[in-house]
Ligand binder design. Structure first.
Ligand code: COA
Ligand code: AMP
Length: 635
């Protein structure tokens, strides 16, 4: 089939409001918009102003009432615990009505925040939808973050209630969440009035009287009392959720998602971008703690009447590198969306792809990758072994859906390895130099999106208007700065090569080296430090910390390095994967004192680099090279 992409993209460009008004017909509104787009509202305009709606209604009720009551809405498959559970749309509606009532009985109402700190269990999805149902704003915190990170989010979001589980399960260990939650609440200045704890058999959480409530008991009470929460009407521009993501400091950015624009954009993507029909099984192998989980485990598939998979496991080791193929064949998954790192892990364990042949994958049509740059090696391996199109697409927590992709539903364009293909309707992409002038095709620059951003993208940051402006809008007048660098070729294909800030991508997880530096610098023996992201065969990037110790410190450097590793794990969490620390005499700097992080990264990655003209003392680069070589870097 020839692609309709160019026609559709041009259609959007010539009438953006008409395009999104048409897409909005896929959503059930309580009241339609007065204005599809209001450029004067908010800092960068607002979509569907005046409209009223409820996201949970569109995800659940309308399917349960509209002929999909008996269709599976959610399949929970947990190879790590050996459990499976299917919830139809009717079941999901009942659970969400009950838990919505539980939250209301705890005093949660429209606009109140609820923080969820949950593993990959159906209750995480139920809690998110229950918040949406009653107009509350959820903020999900990934389970791999430590208590300190949770505390920062509690102080920023000021939740009325928190919802957690007794534990998450990682290979070989049970991660007890409740002690982390208790510690976070103790550290935070803001105190939520209640916590709901979902007890799992793998760990029993101890409860604090008066504050903590047992999930099962509350739901049972609500059921016995016949309590059911109704859908609360909210404005399309009201917040649905806050999702914290790494910024350049230890204070994460609270990305706000609205209700109306988010539904319209996500619903549009299911058919047009992912090429999926309602009723099919769609699987995003991610975690509800990340944006991919919000958009493509929870909201988009359910909005579109698809069955979503909640997978609690890893691509390898639960029990083997064939688990993805087992899930695809067992649940008849048509579309899989995951991060390239998952495929690198599978390829490492099963390079010949032998386990693939053990399963019937005849219903599997397309693999989508995102979260980090998809390296051509991994792409080629997946294409050769799976014999389906492998589609790289590029997006950010801030945008909530793909900026660039190969829209399968519009007819696939030729795939070019290394490129997530072309701008999606809604995004006018331009590659700019430092002065904001568009560079020539194939020349590298900063990738920017001409304002306005499409529906679904962040309209603001939570409680941080100035930071929103500074982070995204001030660098290039009239553009959103993606902080990604790359180039566009003569066919309009975009190549996303690296971040222009200190964000790194570790196993598809977005982390800030700046935040890690803040923690490392807090060690009493550390005089100064630098944390950089270096290339890693499995995780794409891993952090490497360089320490300069205070004069007079004569303790064993190995011991100090271990303490620093422990400190980052304790303050940020295991997800930081911060395990490599090197003690050096001094850090390479410019004459004005700026640490030459990019040059250090080139050395670690074994890349050619030009001696920076402003370097203070070139000899220090040799010292860094030697320190890395002692650790076998580059490999
Ligand atoms: N709760 C608690 N701890 C967690 C956690 C969670 N939800 N998720 C990860 N961790 C821990 C891990 O156990 C690990 O701890 P360790 O240092 O004690 O081994 C640490 O955080 C680092 O995790 P990760 O970077 O995920 O590495 P891994 O070795 O456990 O797994 C992969 C590597 C590639 C298999 C894994 O990252 C993966 O499946 N990635 C898929 C990509 C993905 O989901 N991306 C999200 C965006 S699409
Ligand atoms: P996150 O906010 O966690 O989704 O991370 C967003 C960042 O991940 C982007 O700014 C990119 O740097 C990177 N990223 C995501 N998807 C891709 C991709 N397909 N290709 C290259 N980089 C990507």
């Amino acid at each position: 089939m020839s692609s309709r992409y160019h026609e559709v993209y041009q259609g959007w460009k010539s009438d953006p409001e008409g395009f999104w008004a048409e897409a909005a017909k896929g959503i059930d509104w309580v009241k339609p918009a007065d204005k599809v787009f209001d450029g004067e509202a908010g800092l960068a305009g607002r979509w569907f102003v005046g409209a009223e709606c409820n996201t949970c209604f569109n995800c659940v009720d309308r399917h349960a009432e509209g002929g999909r009551a008996d269709q599976a809405a959610l399949i929970y498959d947990s190879p790590i615990t050996g459990n499976k559970r299917t919830l139809t749309f009717a079941d999901l509606l009942e659970e969400v009505q009950l838990f919505g009532a539980v939250l209301e009985d705890l005093g949660v109402g429209k606009g109140d925040r609820v923080i969820l700190y949950m593993p990959m269990v159906p209750e995480a999805v139920i809690a998110m939808l229950a918040c949406a149902r009653i107009g509350a704003v959820h903020s999900v915190v990934f389970g791999g973050f430590a208590a300190n990170e949770l505390a920062t989010r509690i102080d920023d979001a000021k939740p009325k209630v928190m919802v957690t589980a007794s534990c998450g399960i990682e290979p070989g260990r049970v991660v007890e969440y409740k002690p982390l939650l208790d510690q976070a609440i103790e550290t935070a200045a803001w105190k939520p009035s209640g916590c709901v704890v979902y007890q799992r058999p793998q760990a029993q959480a101890s409860m604090i009287e008066g504050r903590d409530h047992d999930w099962a008991a509350l739901v049972e009470t609500a059921r016995t009392a016949g309590r059911k929460a109704d859908c609360v009407t909210v404005a399309a521009t009201d917040p649905l959720y806050i999702l914290y993501t790494s910024g350049t400091t230890g204070q994460p950015k609270g990305v706000v998602r609205d209700n109306g624009g988010h539904m319209v954009a996500l619903h549009w993507t299911m058919k047009n971008l992912y090429g999926v029909e309602p009723g099919e099984v769609y699987w995003a192998a991610s975690d509800v703690g990340w944006v991919v989980g919000h958009s493509y485990i929870v909201y988009a598939p359910l909005l579109h009447g698809n069955t979503t998979i909640v997978f609690e496991g890893k691509p390898v080791g639960t029990p083997d590198a064939g688990v993805f193929w087992r899930v695809i064949s067992e649940h008849n998954v048509g579309t899989l969306f995951t991060a390239p790192t998952a495929f690198r892990a599978i390829k490492k364990e099963d390079p010949g792809g032998d386990l693939i042949g053990q399963y019937d994958l005849s219903g599997f049509r397309t693999l989508f990758l995102a979260g980090e740059r998809a390296d051509p090696d991994t792409l080629e391996w997946a294409e050769a072994k799976l014999r389906v199109p492998v589609i790289d697409h590029w997006w950010q927590t801030e945008t909530g859906w793909a900026i660039a992709a190969n829209a399968v539903g519009l007819g696939t364009l030729p795939i070019k390895h290394g490129s997530p293909t072309v701008a999606m309707p809604g995004y006018d992409l331009q590659v700019l130099d430092e002065t904001g002038v568009e560079v020539a095709r194939n020349a590298t620059g900063n990738i920017a999106i001409k304002l306005p951003l499409p529906p679904g993208c962040l309209p603001r940051l939570w409680n941080a208007e100035e930071r929103f402006r500074e982070s995204y809008l001030t660098e290039y007048d009239g553009y959103y700065n993606t902080s990604d660098a790359g180039y566009m070729d003569e066919d309009g294909y975009i190549y996303v090569m690296s971040r222009t800030d200190d964000i790194i991508n570790v196993a598809g997880h977005r982390l800030s080296t700046g935040a890690m530096e803040e923690v490392v610098a807090s060690h009493p023996d550390v005089a100064e430090c630098a944390v950089i992201g270096i290339a890693d065969q499995l995780k794409g990037q891993i952090p490497a910390g360089f320490l300069v110790l205070n004069a007079g410190v004569d303790r064993d450097t190995g011991e100090i390095e271990r303490e620093v590793v422990g400190l980052v794990r304790e303050k940020i969490g295991p997800v930081a994967a911060f395990k490599l620390v090197l003690t050096v005499h001094r850090l390479p700097k410019t004459r004005s004192g700026k640490i030459l992080r990019a040059t250090m990264r080139s050395i670690a990655d074994g890349q050619e680099y030009r001696m920076p003209a402003t370097i203070d003392d070139p000899v220090i680069l040799n010292e860094i090279t030697d320190a890395l070589r002692d650790r076998g870097i580059p490999a």
